[in-house]
Design a protein around this ligand. Sequence first.
Ligand code: DGL
Length: 258
Amino acid sequence: MPHILVFDSGIGGTSVLGHIQSLLPNAQYSYVMDNALLPYGLQSEQTIQSRLACLINKIAGFERKVDLIVIACNTASTQALAATRKLTSIPIVGVVPAIKPAAIQSKNRHIALLATPATSNNAYTNALIAEHANGCRVDLHQSTRLVALAEQYYWQQTLDLEKLNHELEYINIDKQVDCIVLGCTHFPILSTHLAQYYGQQVELIDSGYAIAQRVKYLLKDKNGDSNDIKMPLQFFATAPNGITNKEGIASSAIDLSC
Ligand code: DGL
């Protein structure tokens, strides 16, 4: 039974974890969040690269051998995926904005990328757009407030709708846009509310399901079977949060300041 480690700055990666768990219900899971440094969207490329280098070191010391790492963070993936892959033989799947499917789907040939400041403004994302926008106009929008709202919604199950609407008004996506790429794994956590705000004529597209399919493909020879003993999800945080995740599992401390 494979052991999959899902990483994000905060709880955004749980939006990807959910898709992977549905496709691979028998796998073992660890979830690591670098909440000490949240939001990653305001960190430098160098800082993110060194946090991930440290994560790779820690994983080497894990009792349960990790078979695959998912960097369930667009910010970390677009800034540090190539550098991090060089540090380990464990396969790493990154999560990057779903520009290609959005560009294929857009009837108006006009899409928007909604991401963190670091993701919407880096060489990887520029190259992704140049390669896959397929002639569509791509508007770039950034927000860290949505990250904070998603964190609050996840942990406290309450959402300040006034703040959310205010932020969406401020972001001000063009009315001609018919596909919005949710280029931050925190944003699908708000998808019900985002869908209400943007209406049925706008498609919200994230990478979660495609990533789960990729993970399943890479682990096709290690699927395990339903008779194996299933360990509970292990949950690690870099800063004490004194709270449990949705499954009620308390987080263990992990130090990523190498
Ligand atoms: N969830 C992360 C992403 O996909 C980043 C959120 C943040 O820490 O800024 O980009």
